[in-house]
Design a protein around this ligand. Structure first.
Ligand code: IVH
Length: 707
């Protein structure tokens, strides 16, 4: 379809030839727009695409009378920047923690019971709703005054893509809810493609010489993220509704009742859902659903268990990215055997040397696996895994496939090699790689002189949960780093000074460079939690970054406090340690990071080019936003973790020590020295009854304040 555009000077073309070439170019551009935006499978480089468009525009400028009037010409109009609009979920879309056997399920139940302060007997009485875990993609459906107004994908959990037009094509999604309904509601569910429809879609794709989908889930995702809703309409997507995101009014006191409500509103609810009590019943439902798995028309990857009582759900709330009141009991992982071709040592952003297995490609549960994790050097020795071995591999969910061990030889064609010798020098920079006493991981000591670490940090910096810069993925980071265009994160924000040079690079054109620079500019406004996460400090993942951002509010305050926290025993160090979820190991990493001069330089330089939005607890709107509170004495109606979580949901910082900075002290039974100190300092106090009344008056159930 693609031709090199004729190179005759446009002014030398006669009108007829100009018209013919314009028509041909318009068809080519329309075809490549389709391939790029609809199929996500470009056939030419951006530079080639830009050349086609430039040629079209120069001929059109020289011969305006030859521009075709019909729709083909419109296809040459500006291509959309980003395919879908973004939308912030009213309540974040979270994921679920997993369990893999009965013991782990029982541990989940005990954790929840402990949090609620229930004794063993009461824990046995907890009722759960078991539902098949559909292997599709989660979506959120907004109804305003009973009318379907918006549908979004999960996105990063906080913000999703607006795919309303496509979701309107699903028969399973009612356009209107029958009365009564709350004024505003967000309903959550899973969109999926049946196994049969997946097979016929792939047959059609093959016949049309188009890309095949690896599994029904990918096919469903590809079908939903279509720019043209008529394409989505042609793919038979289905839905099961299973959760509540947000409701402007209190709805049901049990999840079961909510599911019945969804059914009455016209949503499909999975018919295998049922109420269970205790681990034994939960296990028998799991067994039954496992046995039926192959017979179901759609893919499932486990069974979800949700505490039925919504008051208990609210009290339990969320920890990190998952609710404390639900878990997914996953099916055992898929396994296969294949040949281990090579072991490569990769260097991560914190210098960790990780062995990665290169495998003879093998299909594991519908996914082609070519690489697997070998964890660390002890694992290789323990399993005596060698290049040339046939190995057992396992894939569970989205995690990187693992090597379980050596299988009996299947083929004799590849010889078993000598035991693998783990390097004691970094393969990327040659610096010494050391393994501290008692640790499993060997690390490169090269720091920022190690190109592998530098590149991995840059890749982390632009990753989806961090700066999420469209068009700047792993490949471009490696390319720009190699070309000497970026070596620290701040260089990314100076890339515009190299615009001309970028445009000349292979695979880049004016259009794609302009898009990239615009995407970078857009990300100069960033939230504090994304910023902290992007720095790639060891042990500071998304959830800890969010805790720190909420606690310290502004970037400058965070940096000042972290530097002061270097002094063990200082108020700042105590404050850092008092943040729920921030243990001493994390505190040490933060302090160590701030102690490095080059890190402070990077922070200063980034602060100069970025606008980092404050995230004071005030922004989460809680009744105790910005207040520091202390619990003391024995609480009778709730456990300490629950009390702490409730206070944090209302925006409070919970501390263990009473000081002048304390705003409120909650006194349980036998409150001692802390209550006395509060009285001395004239700090407001509440007893447990007053505290409970206060919480009830605030309705502490909004999970949005939690993450
Ligand atoms: S409930 C706050 N129920 O599993 C809890 N999720 O691994 C929200 N999923 O992101 C989820 N079937 O995409 C729930 N019956 C079910 C589900 C289900 C599939 C998916 C969902 C979620 C993922 C978590």
């Amino acid at each position: 379809m693609t031709q090199t555009p004729a190179q005759t000077d446009p002014t030398e073309l006669d009108t007829e030839t100009a018209r013919a070439e314009l028509t041909q170019l318009a068809a080519q551009i329309a075809h490549h727009n389709e391939a790029y935006y609809r199929e996500a499978a470009p056939e030419i480089t951006d530079a080639q695409y830009d050349a086609l468009r430039r040629r079209y525009e120069s001929i059109a400028a020289a011969h305006p009378q030859a521009v075709p009037a019909e729709s083909a010409a419109q296809a040459v109009g500006a291509a959309p920047d980003s395919a879908f609009g973004k939308h912030l979920h009213l309540v974040p879309m979270l994921s679920l923690d997993n369990v893999f056997d009965r013991a782990e399920f029982e541990a989940f139940v005990s954790r929840a019971a402990r949090f609620l302060g229930l004794d063993g007997e009461a824990a046995q009485e907890l009722v759960f709703i078991a539902e098949p875990k559909i292997d599709g993609l989660s979506i959120s459906l907004t109804y305003e005054n009973g009318v379907f107004t918006r549908g979004t994908t999960r996105g990063d959990g906080a913000e999703g893509e607006d795919v309303t037009a496509n979701l309107r094509t699903l028969r399973d999604i009612p356009a209107r809810l029958p009365e009564p309904y709350p004024a505003l509601i967000e309903i959550r569910g899973e969109v999926f493609l049946s196994k049969e429809d997946f097979l016929s879609l792939n047959t059609a794709q093959e016949a049309a010489n188009k890309r095949l989908f690896a599994n029904p889930r990918n096919a469903a995702a590809g079908s939903l993220r279509q720019l043209d809703p008529t394409v989505t309409a042609s793919r038979p997507l289905s839905l099961f509704a299973y959760a509540l995101g947000y409701s402007s009014e209190p709805l049901d006191t049990s999840h079961w009742a909510y599911l019945q409500r969804l059914k009455n509103w016209g949503f499909p609810v999975n018919p295998l859902s049922e109420q269970v009590k205790g681990a034994a019943e939960a296990e028998s439902v799991f067994e039954r659903i496992s046995q039926n798995r192959a017979l179901l028309a759609y893919d499932i990857d486990g069974v979800v268990y949700k505490i039925d009582d919504t008051t208990l759900q609210t009290r339990l709330g969320f920890a990190g990215r998952a609710p404390r009141w639900a878990t997914a009991w996953k099916f055992p992982a898929e396994q296969a055997t294949t040949l281990l071709r090579d072991i490569e040592i990769q260097v991560g952003r914190t210098g960790a040397l990780t062995p990665v297995a290169h495998l003879e490609p093998v299909n594991v549960g519908g996914v082609l696996v070519t690489r697997a994790s070998l964890h660390n050097e002890d694992e290789i020795t323990r399993k005596d895994v060698r290049v040339g071995d046939t190995v057992f591999i396992q894939r569970a969910g989205d995690v990187i496939p693992q090597i379980l061990g050596v299988a009996p030889p299947v083929s004799q064609t590849f010889e078993r090699q000598a035991p693998f010798v783990f390097p004691d020098h970094c393969p990327a920079c040659g610096a010494l790689a050391i393994r501290p006493e008692g640790e499993a991981i060997r690390r490169c000591t090269g720091g920022l002189t190690c190109p592998a670490q530098v590149v991995e940090r840059l890749i982390h910096f632009v990753s989806r949960q961090a700066f999420d810069i469209e068009g700047l993925g792993e490949r471009s980071i490696r390319e720009f780093h190699e070309a000497g265009l970026i070596s620290t994160p701040v260089d990314i924000f100076h890339l515009h000074t190299h615009a001309a040079e970028l445009t000349r690079r292979d695979g880049w054109g004016e259009q794609s460079v302009a898009n990239l620079l615009r995407a970078i500019e857009e990300r100069q406004h960033i939230t504090l939690s994304r910023f902290i996460y992007a720095l790639g400090i060891r042990r500071v993942g998304e959830s800890n970054a969010r805790l720190l951002a909420r606690h310290y509010g502004s970037c400058t305050n965070w940096i000042t406090q972290m530097r002061a926290a270097a002094l063990i025993g200082s108020d700042e160090r105590l404050e850092l340690g008092s943040i729920t979820g921030i243990g001493s190991a994390i505190a040490e990493e933060l302090v160590a990071f701030m102690a490095e001069a080059h890190n402070l330089e990077t922070l200063n330089a980034l602060q100069a080019v970025l606008s980092i939005a404050d995230e004071s607890p005030q922004t989460s709107g809680g009744a105790l936003a910005g207040k520091t509170i202390v619990f003391t004495g024995t609480l009778l109606t709730m456990t300490r973790p629950e009390a702490k979580a409730t206070a944090e949901r209302m925006g409070a910082k919970v501390s263990d020590t009473v000081s002048r900075k304390t705003d409120l002290v909650i006194t349980g039974e036998k409150a001692g020295s802390k209550a006395r100190k509060a009285a001395e300092l004239g700090i407001e106090t509440m007893d447990e009854t007053e505290w409970n009344a206060f919480c009830a008056s605030q309705g502490t159930g909004t999970p949005s304040a939690e993450i």
